[in-house]
Structure formats: C-alpha cells, structure tokens
Design a protein around this ligand. Structure first.
Ligand SMILES: [Zn+2]
Length: 265
C-alpha cells in the first residue's frame, strides 16, 4: 500500500447544535470554495444540511502524521454533497458503499512499477491525487482538494471526481453509467456519452481534460468535474453532454450566477 494509515481515526466534525450549520463555517467555506457562492439561498441551505449529514455519517482518517481539521472535512463534505443536491437523497444513501475518507497531506509520488489503478492526475503518470475503491475508502490528497476548490476555473475537482465514481459503482460496475431508472433516459445517456467518449479518444478538441479518454468510468468522472466547475464552457462546447448530465444531476450549474466567483488569483 502506498500510504501509511494512521490508527487514529479522527472524529467527525460536529456542530455545537446538531442540525445547525455553524455560522463561522460559512465564510471559511466560501473562501475555500467560491462555487458555493453561485447557489441560491434554498440550494445553499440544503447543501449545508447534506454537509452536516455527510459529516455525521462518514468517517475521516488521516494519513500518518497528518492532522485533519474541521475546515478540511467541511470542504470535502460540501463538495461531495453537491453531487447529490437534487437527487432526493437526504441521508446520502447513494454513498453508502463508502467506508471512510482518507486524507493525505499531498499527492503521493509513485516511483518504479507500482500499480496505480485509478487516477493519475495532471503531471504525467506519477502523482496520485485521489482514488476510489469499491466498498472501500475514498483517498484524497488535501493539497489537491484545496487548490482545485479554490480554482474552479481550472476545471479539475478530485472530490467530485471520486464521488462520481461512487455513483457509478452503485450498480456494481464502473462503466460510466450511474443508475438511471428510466430506459429511454438511460439509452440517451449511453448514446450521448459514447459519442462524446469516442471524440475524446480520437483527440478531438474538448473542454474535458484528456484523462476522460482513459475509459468510460473516467469519462463520467471527468465530465462530472467539468459539469460542476466549468458548466458554461461545457454547455457551449457540447450541449448534448451537458444536457444528459443536467438531467441526471437535476441541476443546471451553467444557469447559476457566476458573478460571485473571484477572477484569477
Ligand atoms: Zn477516476
């Protein structure tokens, strides 16, 4: 195993009053994750409740020598919860296969012939920023989580990526198709995603980063990242793909105001 796990599992972050999102968390979360500023009041309140539920339900573990703060947990929980915002899942059962979230301070540099499986991110085939396991933990590098949350315009989000895999795993396989009950909707999903996946495989210009071409599971995870971080760009470049994601997540992030997002920085 490429990381050493601490035996000391950290406690879940608990607000002083159960069910009440602590007011002091709001400015910190907004600073760390400006995307939350695009939600309207109803959406934001709902997201805060899901975040509290997430924190109460799922355990965080620190890689050895790392201290996890409430701020870190809240940032992970809020971003993971955004995927479920409109999926009518108040107890986050869609993530019920998750056993824990393991936070590592930085990306792990792999040398030699380690089998890395999922998730070689950004700089070549050497650093691992996140990993999802079937009926196991989600592993995240805090430095990547923090940077990507602060800079949504870059179009990467390892938290959303890993939790998209959680949704994909519900039916037992990571094949790029999360559970979609309606047959016609599912058929359309497969048709649109297959077309878009083939385009990235061909190397066609795309708003999706190249990692999407790995396989259909990675395609869905990367498309999810792009849908929530650069929704307007995705809608513009591939309206059909945007539309099936909008239909699945029941959210229209491109329609939200982006006026509150900071520029540059
Ligand atoms: Zn992945």
């Amino acid at each position: 195993m490429w990381f050493r796990r601490s035996r000391r599992a950290s406690d879940t972050a608990r607000p002083a009053t159960p069910g009440v999102f602590p007011a002091e968390w709001r400015p910190k979360l907004t600073y760390r994750w400006p995307t939350i500023g695009t939600l309207d009041t109803t959406e934001r309140e709902h997201l805060e409740q899901l975040t509290l539920t997430f924190l109460g339900r799922f355990r965080f573990e620190a890689a050895q020598g790392f201290e996890i703060t409430d701020e870190m947990k809240v940032l992970v929980a809020a971003q993971a919860s955004l995927l479920l915002l409109e999926l009518d899942d108040p107890t986050l059962d869609l993530y019920s296969r998750l056993t824990s979230i393991i936070l590592h301070p930085r990306t792990v540099v792999l040398r030699g012939s380690h089998r890395v499986g999922d998730h070689l991110q950004s700089d070549g085939a050497q650093t691992l920023a996140g990993q999802a396991h079937h009926r196991g933990p989600v592993v995240l590098a805090w430095s990547t989580v923090a940077f990507e949350a602060r800079h949504p315009d870059r179009g990467h989000n390892v938290v959303m990526h890993e939790f998209a895999h959680q949704l994909d795993m519900i039916d037992g396989t990571i094949d790029g198709t999360p559970p979609i009950a309606d047959a016609a909707t599912r058929e359309r999903w497969v048709e649109v995603c297959t077309r878009a996946f083939r385009a990235v495989r061909r190397g066609d210009e795309s708003v999706l980063r190249g990692y999407a071409a790995t396989d259909p599971g990675e395609f869905f995870a990367v498309a999810t990242e792009t849908f929530f971080t650069r929704p307007a760009a995705l809608r513009e470049s591939d309206p059909e793909l945007y539309d099936v994601l909008r239909s699945f997540y029941r959210q229209d992030p491109a329609g939200r105001s982006s006026a509150t997002l900071p520029r540059g920085g």
